[in-house]
Design a protein around this ligand. Structure first.
Ligand code: ADP
Ligand code: MG
Length: 615
């Protein structure tokens, strides 16, 4: 039999390697930015078009390359950064594999102009699919400019796999953040489709975080500093009250490289224990410096996973250092989860000495009691429709979707004829409900008992209400007497702009989304003024998280976000009237049995079930 093993041609090998190095436009951005930093640049421009699909360009004022180096840089395993295996244990640079440019050139159209300090004239190279198409001389300033066009032009499957421009831009922005946050001494400019979206002057660490995330962020930061033999920790954590529902402001850097570490993340969360609810993420910007020989960054080509020799020790140091910082800056002992973060000023903490944790206890609370009618202030449920509870008893009038009732009947164990509700006089007239454990609304139905999950039921009601409003564009806006000024980061404003129209349809009104400070002039009817900031923050967070994973429409996401944020929560007392309205509204919904998050909103317990218990 003839020999059948062949060595792959370089361009094929490069294309295969590219699959690992370049997943999406953001990967190219990361590699190019890192190369510029390794080349000692003090000014870096990033230019992106159409989410990086049409163009990614990085221009730097770094060392530049000689003609030979420029050509060589596109060869695989061509690197100026290490020359022996030993160097791997002492890395000072971001790159070292010599794979990035070769990979990028294998799957895109690359245009490079570069000139070193001493050269008279620069080199201009054009490369497509690993082949040098042209080489010319060019007059160019010292430094390097690399443009990457038509990414994945020769791998249609990969190209089709890319997400929308907005989503790709978000990934690029994430990479940009990661690089910019660790190099405050480098000036960065970031242009998207012709407009400058980041202008980051040289600054200190704290200012850079502010330039990236908006100036409100700098007031939220608590410094963290510790130097031990194993690790030097510096950076900031965000005060507990600014912990968010979604990830996004969690940054670890090890030896100036962004890293992901679920293990160390856990150390930070542990330091915040008791200060934030378990479903919130504390924000942090933590810079770890360790002996390069004690860290292995060679695990993955995209190099965000690392292995520390002394991981357990670092965990312990991190946790205690952060705890200490939180304590030192008197931000630790505020255990009041209910209070509204929008209302407190960061300065309030300065005046305080040590604060005794305060836990408010409702001494009158009796879980076995029916809903306390005396605390209507707590009942935040507002009727969403004018339909009365009584309508439910009018038989199946036009307000009520008959389908709902039939589906209800099928679900309950015993088949019920006619309406679900008893025709008997006393029940039809009163509509008896009570609240169980501040969580469920219980009522009787013909077949037995109906138990409604108040939070999920209200989510369903609000979801349908907002979805309707977005679609028919008729949300009722409540004008604010004094416009509310809220500050948002650049990335948050991009999202606000994306969903602006839907927000307006549900009743929001904004004066301008161009500035860091956004003026809110109107809000949906149900939204209280103090809740605006929180709700918008969470909608943005939901949107960031949710949009990628699924193909749900913007309207649906927004309706879900509003519903989740505005719905009556478990633990809230509802007065009798609100309970009735809630039941009424729920069964006026198109799909009353599930919350917008696909959870059961109610269940029924049949007389048979109850009888079984007694047998
Ligand atoms: P690596 O960064 O792992 O060395 P790359 O493929 O990213 O591999 O780059 C190959 C080589 O090209 C680098 O080692 C460096 O010498 C050179 N190079 C790449 N980008 C630049 C740049 N912006 N300025 C100067 N030299 C560069
Ligand atoms: Mg590189």
């Amino acid at each position: 039999m003839a020999d059948i093993i062949k060595l792959l041609p370089d361009h094929v090998a490069n294309q295969i390697a590219a699959g690992e190095v370049v997943q999406r436009p953001a990967s190219v951005v990361k590699e190019l930015l890192e190369n510029s930093i390794d080349a000692g640049a003090t000014l870096i421009k990033l230019i992106v078009k159409d989410g990086g699909k049409a163009l990614i360009q990085v221009v730097d004022n770094g060392l530049g390359m000689s003609e030979t180096d420029a050509r060589l840089s596109f060869e695989r395993h061509a690197t100026s950064k290490i020359s022996s295996a030993q160097d791997l244990f002492n890395l000072e640079t971001k790159g070292f594999r010599g794979e990035a440019l070769a990979s990028i050139a294998a799957i895109a159209h690359v245009d490079m102009q570069t000139k070193t300090e001493n050269a008279e004239i620069g080199v201009h190279l054009k490369i497509e699919g690993s082949k040098i198409k042209s080489q010319e001389v060019v007059a160019t300033p010292k430094g390097t400019s690399i443009s990457v066009k038509n990414l994945f032009f020769n791998i249609p499957a990969r190209r089709n796999f890319l997400k929308s421009n907005q989503v790709e831009l978000r990934h690029i922005t994430d990479e940009f953040h990661r690089v910019a946050l660790v190099h405050p001494n480098i000036e960065f400019h970031f242009y998207n489709n012709g407009s400058e979206i980041f202008n980051l002057p040289r600054a200190n660490q704290r200012q850079r975080i502010g330039h990236v995330f908006g100036s409100k962020m700098t007031d939220r930061l608590v410094p963290v500093n510790e130097e031990t033999e194993v690790v030097k920790v510096s950076g900031f954590v965000c005060k507990p009250e600014f912990a968010k529902k979604s990830r996004g402001e969690q940054f670890f850097f090890a030896n100036n490289r962004f890293i992901k570490s679920p293990y160390l993340h856990h150390a930070v969360v542990a330091a915040f224990e008791g200060l934030i609810k378990s479903d919130l993420y504390p924000g942090y910007f933590l810079y770890l410096d360790v002996d390069p020989a004690s860290i292995d960054i060679n695990i993955h080509p995209t190099k965000t996973e690392v292995k520390f020799d002394d991981e357990n020790t670092i965990y312990a140091i991190l946790r205690s250092t952060i705890k200490h910082s939180l304590g030192q800056f008197n931000v630790a002992p505020v255990l009041d989860f209910e209070h509204d973060p929008n209302l407190d000023t960061p300065y309030a903490y300065k005046e305080k000495g040590a604060v005794i944790p305060k836990v408010t206890v409702d001494a009158t609370f009796n879980p076995f009691q029916e809903a306390a009618k005396s605390s209507p202030s707590k009942s935040s449920y507002q009727k969403t429709s004018a339909k009365g509870w009584e309508n439910l008893y009018d038989g199946l009038d036009k307000n009520i979707d008959t389908d709902n009732f039939s589906s209800l009947e099928i679900e309950s164990d015993t088949a019920v004829q006619g309406t679900m509700y008893s025709d008997s006089e006393e029940e039809t007239q009163t509509g008896i409900t009570f609240q169980l454990r501040r969580k469920y609304i219980v009522s009787t139905i013909k077949s037995g008992m109906l138990v409604i999950h108040q939070n999920r039921a209200h989510e369903r009601i609000l979801f349908e209400k907002f979805l309707g409003e977005i679609t028919v564009k008729e949300g009722i806006s409540q004008q604010l007497l004094f416009p509310l000024e809220l500050s948002f980061s650049q990335q948050e404003r991009v999202i606000l702009k994306e969903i602006q129209e839907s927000l307006i349809n549900v009743g929001f009104a904004f004066e301008s989304l161009e500035e860091e400070t956004v003026k809110v002039t109107g809000v949906p009817l149900l939204l209280s003024e103090s809740g605006i900031g929180t709700v918008l923050d969470r909608i943005i967070a939901d949107y960031k998280e949710g949009f990628e994973g699924s193909s749900i429409s913007q309207a649906e996401l927004l309706a879900k976000g509003l519903a989740r944020n505005l719905a009556v929560k478990s633990g809230e007392v509802l007065d009798q009237e609100s309970q009735l309205a809630l039941v009424n509204d729920l069964f006026g919904c198109k799909e009353p049995s599930l919350s917008p998050f696909q959870k059961l909103t109610y269940t029924t317990i049949s007389e048979g079930d109850i009888e079984k218990k007694f047998s």
